[in-house]
Design a protein around this ligand. Structure first.
Ligand code: FMN
Length: 226
C-alpha cells in the first residue's frame, strides 16, 4: 500500500515537473518569437525610411538637373520669361514616352511663344527609361537636348551624358523637316546620328524619343501655350 502511494506521489511530482518544463519552453518560444518580430518590424521601418530618403534624393537630383539644364537648352536671347515658373503639365502621350502626365516649360519673348522644353522619356534604354529635357523652338527646331537621369552602362551607353561626350549636342538645330524620316535614326539604321562603339541601343532610344517629342510639339503647339 505504502509503495503504491509512493509511486503515485513520484508520478504526480514527475507530471508537475513536466508541466513546468512545458510552460517554460512555451514562454521561451514566445520570447524568441516576439524578439524576431521586433527585429523584423525594425528592419521594415529602416527599409521604409531609407527608401523614402533615397526616393526624395533622386527626385531632388532630377529637379536640380532640370533647373541647371533649362538654361543650357535655350539661347539667352530667345526668351525673356522664367520658363521654370511658366511650366505646365500635359496629358500622358506615347510620343512623350510615359503614361504619366509630362511637364513642359514654356519660354516666351515679349509674351509670344518662343520655345517649349519637354520632360520626355526614352522608355527603351538598355537599362530602362532615360529621362530627357528636349527643347523645341517655336519654329520646330531643336534648341537642345540633355539627359536628366539614366541607368545606362558606364563606358558603353553613358556617352549620352554631356559630361562624358559631345553626342547629345548633335540634336541642336535639327528639325523633323531638316533630317526627314530616314535621317531620324542612328547611322547603323541608315540615319544621321552616330551610335557608340558596342552600344547602339542607348542612342537609338534617344533619337527616337527626340523625334517623337518633335512630332508631339507639331501636333500640340497651340495647346501648350494656351
Ligand atoms: C553588360 C552589358 C552592358 C551593356 N550596356 C549597354 C548600354 O548601356 N547601352 C547600349 O546601347 N548597349 C549596351 N550593351 C550592348 C548591347 O547589348 C548591344 O550589343 C549593343 O547596343 C549593340 O546593339 P545592336 O546589335 O542593336 O546594334 C551592353 C552589353 C552588355 C553585355
Amino acid at each position: 500500500m505504502a509503495d503504491n502511494k509512493q509511486t503515485e506521489n513520484r508520478h504526480a511530482a514527475f507530471k508537475k515537473q513536466q508541466r513546468k518544463e512545458q510552460l517554460k519552453n512555451l514562454l521561451d518560444i514566445l520570447g524568441a518569437g516576439s524578439k524576431l518580430a521586433m527585429f523584423a518590424l525594425l528592419g521594415a521601418i529602416l527599409l521604409g525610411v531609407t527608401y523614402t530618403l533615397t526616393y526624395k534624393r533622386i527626385q531632388q537630383n532630377e529637379i536640380e538637373a532640370v533647373q541647371r539644364n533649362l538654361q543650357a537648352v535655350l539661347a539667352d536671347d530667345r526668351y525673356d520669361n522664367d520658363p521654370y515658373a511658366d511650366r505646365t503639365r500635359v496629358e500622358p502621350s506615347e510620343l512623350l514616352g510615359s503614361d504619366e502626365p509630362a511637364t513642359v516649360y514654356r519660354a516666351r519673348l515679349n509674351g509670344k511663344p518662343a520655345a517649349a522644353v519637354f520632360r520626355s522619356v526614352a522608355p527603351n534604354g538598355y537599362n530602362g527609361a532615360i529621362k530627357l529635357l528636349v527643347g523645341v523652338y517655336a519654329n520646330g527646331d531643336v534648341s537642345g537636348v540633355r539627359v536628366v537621369a539614366h541607368k545606362e552602362t558606364p563606358g558603353l551607353g553613358d556617352g549620352i551624358d554631356e559630361r562624358k561626350s559631345d553626342w547629345i549636342f548633335s540634336f541642336t538645330g535639327t528639325s523633323l523637316d531638316s533630317l526627314g524620316d530616314k535621317g531620324w535614326a542612328v547611322k547603323k539604321d541608315g540615319g544621321q546620328f552616330d551610335q557608340f562603339t558596342g552600344a547602339t541601343i542607348t542612342p537609338r532610344a534617344i533619337v527616337q524619343a527626340v523625334r517623337n517629342t518633335l512630332q508631339y510639339y507639331q501636333e500640340n503647339e497651340k495647346r501648350i501655350f494656351e
